[in-house]
Design a protein. Structure first.
Length: 293
């Protein structure tokens, strides 16, 4: 597999008021063209840091990050980012928010009608044509997130980077958007890196899952190949032995091999007994994965 994006022996050390803090140690990973890769790991392990390196929002302390064999230096429109909090401009409509990004990327070479057509096409792709002229405060959280995805897709990026894009959404909306994302990125043959806390989301959407160890000095623990045929249907997969096995592999990595310290402390404090490996994921585990929510 020829790497399209490569993170090559990267360390990231932040300067903090308490001295240097090593977030990442010797992280190496790659994404092939057209591949959908997820990063999963406990909170604070360094998932966003890896994504920010590829986005060009952060430089590695050592090692390098490459796109098509060229070192990534700073952000660029060929790497569009979708954040969890959708970051839309409140005074612009859905159309205006997407148009702004389209104009930035294609404005030099294309006419205004062509830019508007690109914008409308992207809005249609995420099923928001009916809300084209609404402002962010007039639409739901799921719709705002779709605008963020439309904006990123409209830029026709070489790589789509998503940091917990559905983390703030309710389960039904999340499932719906996951299905749409699968369809759209499948149709476009997009290269995607997605950070997620959600085991099912990772298995359902990904070709490979990068599982990170806990920080500090976090690194890639294991990489799981998800060789489930596409298109994928969540209802069919729920009963599929291969899906269940892959899901179990991710859970085992997270809860047996790399249990978050907060979980073991909480378990000992609450029960007076230690966590026994193999226990299925519980809401408490989920809370430890999402401490901010
Ligand atoms: N600018 C910074 N300065 C100092 N420390 C930082 C900085 N950015 C991140 N960190 C630390 O680096 C570690 C990794 O952070 P990161 O945001 O990548 O984690 P994460 O896996 O994305 O977590 P979450 O799942 O909660 O979003 C954390 O310990 C965090 O506190
Ligand atoms: Mg993060």
């Amino acid at each position: 597999m020829k790497p399209y994006v490569a993170v090559d022996h990267v360390d990231v050390i932040f300067d903090t008021k308490n001295g240097p803090f090593q977030a990442l140690a010797n992280v190496s990973a790659s994404i092939a063209k057209g591949e959908f890769v997820s990063i999963i790991g406990h909170s604070g392990c360094g998932k966003s840091t890896v994504l920010n390196l590829i986005a060009g929002l952060l430089d590695p302390t050592t090692g390098c990050v490459l796109l098509e064999d060229r070192e990534i230096k700073g952000p660029g429109p060929e790497r569009a980012v979708v954040f969890q909090n959708h970051s839309l401009l409140p005074w612009l409509t859905v159309f205006g928010n997407v148009y702004l990004a389209v104009e930035r990327v294609f404005g030099v070479n294309e006419t205004k009608p062509a830019l508007a057509e690109r914008t409308d096409k992207a809005i249609e792709m995420v099923g928001l044509s009916h809300a084209r002229d609404k402002r962010p405060n007039e639409i739901s959280g799921g719709m705002k997130q779709r605008v963020g995805i439309a904006r990123a897709l409209a830029m026709e990026p070489k790589v789509l980077l998503m940091d917990e894009p559905f983390g703030a959404l309710d389960a039904l909306t999340r499932a719906h958007l996951q299905d749409e994302l699968m369809r759209i990125t499948g149709d476009l043959g997009s290269t995607v890196l997605m950070v997620t806390h959600d085991v099912d989301e990772a298995v359902l959407l990904s070709d490979r899952i990068i599982m990170m160890t806990n920080g500090p000095a976090a690194t890639v623990g294991e990489i799981l190949d998800v060789k489930l045929p596409r298109p994928r249907n969540r209802l069919v997969l729920a009963e599929d032995a291969r899906y269940v096995h892959l899901r179990g592999e991710v859970l085992r990595f997270l809860y047996e091999k790399h249990m978050h310290p907060a979980v073991s402390v909480a378990r000992v404090a609450c029960n007076g007994t230690r966590y026994s490996p193999g226990t299925p994921a519980t809401p408490q585990d989920s809370a430890a994965l999402h401490p901010a929510q």
